[in-house]
Design a protein around this ligand. Sequence first.
Ligand code: ADP
Length: 286
Amino acid sequence: MEPIIVLENVSFSYKINENSSVSVLKNASFSIFPGEYVAIIGHNGSGKSTLSKHFNGLLTPGSGDVWVHGHNTKDESKRLDIRKAVGMVFQHPDNQIVATIVEEDVAFGLENIGVPRAEMKQRIDEALDVVKMTEFRKRPPHHLSGGQKQRVAIAGVLAMQPDCIVFDESTSMLDTFGRNEVLQVMRKMNGMGMTIITVTHRMSEAAEADRIIVVEDGKIVMDGPPQEIFKHKKVLMDLQLDIPTVSQIAEIVHNEYQIFSKELIKEDELIDEVKRVSRARSGEMG
Ligand code: ADP
């Protein structure tokens, strides 16, 4: 399968002034394949956000290359194709909303690329349906909750029909309810075949992904399925990262009582395991 995004030895520095710059990314290489659900984790300042801005050419490498569908992000003539293929959702929902009515906001990007009226309506309908915001389409966005606003922002990106959506800490400003709403939308879109990349410092969110890329000091230090990554508890702790609460609970119960698999990482898995153990116990007693 052809990758959507390829990073080849990507290094990047921010220029501070004429004489100095700060080196952030160091020789990062990996590929993102269609249909993947990838979480990028790392402590504050490790370079996650800088990395994610390379996925659609918002930033371009100082050395090395990023390819999106085989187009180099440094190629200005392909910039629009690249932005269409890889959409981004950011941290602050308020900064992403530009219109005074929900459906106009979702239409904004489509107007910019000249999508015909009839098709525009259909794309807006579908995007609002996916994020479950259809009933709010005539409302002003500033009256919505954080999670609802973020879902409107997602609908705007979704309406552009990208192959991949990058979420850069898109749940970090939201309360638990809003966060769960956005996570559900991510899962649903991935289920529909969309490639999802999520930058997060929350291990419970990273556990939802199929693949985790760990960034430290601008370098890729681990890349694998969550079950593998979360086995490296000591390495993660040295990187000021945690393992999901569910894994911690599962490990304690496993070691103390010899029940529960040690491998649990998602909340759903923990709930299923509790149910399984309870059923087995009530069976023994009955
Ligand atoms: P993360 O997303 O993991 O918190 P960032 O990519 O935001 O990491 O930041 C990585 C490093 O780059 C940090 O040291 C940060 O201070 C620095 N940095 C980020 N943006 C800029 C900028 N626009 N100018 C200069 N330095 C920056």
